[in-house]
Design a protein around this ligand. Structure first.
Ligand SMILES: NC(=O)c1ccc[n+]([C@@H]2O[C@H](COP(=O)([O-])OP(=O)(O)OC[C@H]3O[C@@H](n4cnc5c(N)ncnc54)[C@H](OP(=O)(O)O)[C@@H]3O)[C@@H](O)[C@H]2O)c1
Length: 308
């Protein structure tokens, strides 16, 4: 039986990739910082991430799937959530790639983002571009998956979509940053997991895949689709980016979370969450929304409380 190591195996997409790997007959080793903090109901063999130990945690591993990353940089709070940053996530991921190289891992499937860009002023897209280049430089056979935004299986896991629904349920009106004409191509997390496991078995030296869904919506259309699915109507107001950010900050502080960052708004408005064509997702967002309309947005989904 071949062994696959998966980062984020107790997190969101990594958990779906692991379940798909088991279905396909792989032995799963989870690499995690969160052993003992997060439940491990599937009982995966867990090892620490490579930056926390001197042993090579990837020895004996045939394929590495990496989902590790941080959504935004956060300075932390005394007595509360620990600090984390994109710069640190880049350093950690470089250490992971180096462990894979030293252990002679046969293939790496790495999760990036649509439109990574080494020239970008946005650390998320710049860091992802740096990591794609670093992975290529290891000489390891690899596939890079570039999702735009993930949704499914439950609303609570689909943070952005769920929290848009949460806003629709609670606010008399919602907003787009500017005119809202930039696009998003959400992919179902199970489609993503299947793509990742398809790539795990490939033999080409280097593949880059846009892991996007079959439906594309502008941000404005996404508000309308969500509201329609939930049987609601709300005016959608175009507001300057700064005003939208301020509103997200106020709402975030009310729920003790970082709801949306300035950089995330800029990434959206730069149309970085969409690419031409469709990239392998088969489960449409519109169908999933109909199936989950009753529960969507009933409770806020907190990024920071995932890290407690
Ligand atoms: N979710 C989306 O909509 C989306 C959209 C585009 C691209 N992506 C990309 O897809 C990949 C997986 O996304 P995901 O949503 O499935 O990720 P996730 O489960 O939230 O995070 C993956 C793992 O990264 C570690 N991690 C996350 N936040 C951290 C923090 N603040 N501090 C320390 N460690 C942290 C955790 O490892 P431990 O459990 O070991 O602590 C977590 O299990 C990422 O590379 C992301 O850039 C996601």
């Amino acid at each position: 039986m071949k062994t696959i190591a998966i980062t984020g195996v107790l997190g969101y997409s990594g958990r779906y990739v692991a379940a798909e790997a088991v279905r396909r007959g792989w032995h799963v080793v989870g690499l995690t910082n969160s052993a003992g903090r997060l439940p491990n109901p599937a009982g995966y063999e867990l090892r620490p991430m490579p930056w926390g130990t001197s042993e090579n945690v990837l020895s004996g591993v045939d394929v590495l799937v990496n989902t590790y990353w941080v959504r935004f940089s956060y300075a932390g709070q005394r007595g509360g959530h620990a600090a984390f940053s994109h710069e640190q996530a880049v350093r950690h991921t470089l250490a992971l790639f180096e462990s894979a190289r030293q252990a002679g891992v046969g293939r790496v499937v790495h999760t990036s983002i649509t439109c990574p860009d080494s020239e970008s002023e946005l650390p998320y897209f710049r860091g992802k571009a740096e990591l794609e280049q670093a992975l290529a430089a290891t000489g390891l056979p690899h596939s890079v998956l570039r999702p735009a935004i993930l949704f499914g299986e439950s609303p609570q896991e689909s943070i952005l979509i769920n929290n848009m629904a949460w806003c629709l349920r609670r606010l008399p009106a919602v907003a787009t940053f500017g005119r809202g004409e930039y696009s998003l191509q959400p992919i179902h997390v199970q489609d993503f997991a299947e793509l990742a496991m398809d790539e795990a078995s490939r033999s080409e030296p280097q593949r880059i895949i846009n892991a996007t869904g079959r439906e594309t919506y502008t941000f404005r259309e996404l508000w309308a689709l969500l509201a329609r699915s939930m049987g609601l109507w709300r005016p959608v107001l175009p507001v300057p980016h700064g005003v939208g950010y301020l509103a997200a900050r106020v709402l975030g502080s009310l729920v003790g979370d970082v709801m949306l960052t300035r950089d995330e708004i800029a990434g959206l408005a730069q149309n970085r969450l969409a690419v031409p064509g469709s990239g392998g997702g088969t489960r449409p967002l519109s169908t999933w929304l109909q199936q989950h309309a009753d529960t969507l947005g009933r409770a806020y989904a907190s990024e920071l409380s995932r890290r407690q």
